[in-house]
Design a protein around this ligand. Structure first.
Ligand code: GLA
Length: 386
């Protein structure tokens, strides 16, 4: 059985046309790489607690065309923002958003003992920025791959993931975990990846391609660097410390009860239950239990909303609409939270009707149908196929 097809609102990027645009802008040929955005099936805010996550790659990508220059300048054009940046590799980190990623990835590459030339860079993509689909880790992964490959240095996918995380932590200032860059660089096509963030051991599971997954954008944008994400991380560390544990992964049920009724207790409760849900989700995948997986998505959302408090009104409303729609088996927020996309698992035989109902209702409420995308788990980061 195959899930009925659905159109996506995502614009696709034609590799040949993008390379032609690069040549037109910079006057010479470039090489093309791409890195996907990920969607996390389940295991939210567990990665930086040494916990379990179960993400996969979407078919939405950041594309990077690049070629070295003879000086130490980065001339970078971000097509979706129509912004050109001239960055001096020997100068300070720029203030503005996306340019810090370019500077940060270059500096992280040089911190590995490599001397970079300057670069001409063209950045395009069809990944909604700030939508909870890891646009930051996707951009960093393409940049790090592009810089290291130009120097003919072969870094393993795990090393690229670790450098991307380090750049996010040290340059961008978000204390993000390893999940996003790890799945982007390491998860094979058509699979979901169970990653144990305690030791990076991982196993991939074929995603049943007749289980339809729909992403719908709430339209609310988050900025994880604004502090709420880092604050959640600090609260988790404080909870672990209060329990005398190295991390929340290491705590047991009795320890958890000692924090009962407190804010730290609710944070810890989410992490504890979410790790268990990841294990159950793997069990559902292995046993073809789509209904069980749907229930886990619903439970994950309730926990993120009530115990971890990283949802927001618009996302909760969208999740409720989905959960009240026949043919939606489960729905939850994805990513760091405070806005972004909602993930919906649809019944294979009722997917189109369910999707149409959700989109029509949102169009009625908002005057326009929101951005949406049917996920088909796609390739990890690498050279862009022509
Ligand atoms: C963001 C971070 C990840 C992870 C998620 C929440 O996407 O980059 O490391 O913590 O939030 O699960």
């Amino acid at each position: 059985m195959t899930a009925d097809a659905s159109s996506s609102d995502s614009e696709t990027v034609d590799p040949a046309a993008m390379l032609a645009r690069f040549e037109q802008r910079f006057g010479h040929a470039g090489q093309l790489l791409r890195a996907p955005g990920r969607v996390n099936l389940i295991g939210e805010h567990t990665d930086y607690n040494d916990g379990l996550v179960l993400p996969m790659n979407t078919g939405l990508y950041t594309y990077l065309a690049l070629a070295p220059r003879r000086d130490r300048k980065l001339h970078a054009y971000a097509a979706s923002l129509d912004q050109l940046a001239m960055i001096d590799l020997d100068g300070p980190c720029p203030d503005a958003g996306w340019m810090r990623y370019v500077w940060g990835a270059a500096h992280m590459t040089e911190a590995q003992g490599l001397a970079l030339p300057g670069f001409d860079l063209l950045i395009e993509g069809n990944l909604p920025l700030g939508g909870g689909l890891s646009s930051s880790a996707s951009l960093l992964s393409t940049l790090l791959l592009g810089f290291t490959r130009t120097l003919k240095q072969s870094f393993s996918p795990v090393s690229i993931a670790q450098l991307a995380q380090l750049t996010e932590n040290e340059v961008i200032g978000v204390q993000a975990g390893i999940m996003d860059p790890f799945v982007i660089n390491c998860c094979p096509r058509a699979h979901a990846l169970l990653l144990d963030c305690r030791d990076l051991s991982h196993e991939s599971y074929p995603w049943p391609n007749h289980w339809p997954l729909l992403l719908v954008d709430s339209g609310v944008r988050h900025e994880l660097a604004d502090g709420a994400y880092n604050q959640r991380r600090q609260q988790c560390e404080a909870a672990a410390q209060a329990l005398g544990a190295d991390s929340l992964r290491a705590m047991d049920k009795t320890q958890l009860e000692s924090l009962s009724g407190t804010l730290l207790g609710r944070r810890a409760q989410h992490v504890h239950a979410e790790n268990q849900r990841v294990s159950h989700a793997v069990h559902c995948l292995q046993n073809g239990d789509i209904f069980g997986l749907g229930q886990l998505l619903d439970a994950s959302h309730a926990s993120l909303r009530d115990d971890f408090e990283v949802s927001c009104a618009a996302v909760d409303k969208l999740v409720s609409l989905a959960q009240d729609t026949p043919g939606v088996l489960g729905a939850r927020m994805v990513g760091g939270g405070f806005g972004g996309c909602v993930l919906m698992l649809l019944a294979p035989d009722r997917a189109s009707a369910a999707e149409q109902h959700v989109l029509a209702e949102l169009e009625r409420q908002q005057g326009a149908a929101p951005w949406h995308h049917r996920v088909v788990p796609a390739d990890p980061a690498g050279t862009c196929p022509r």
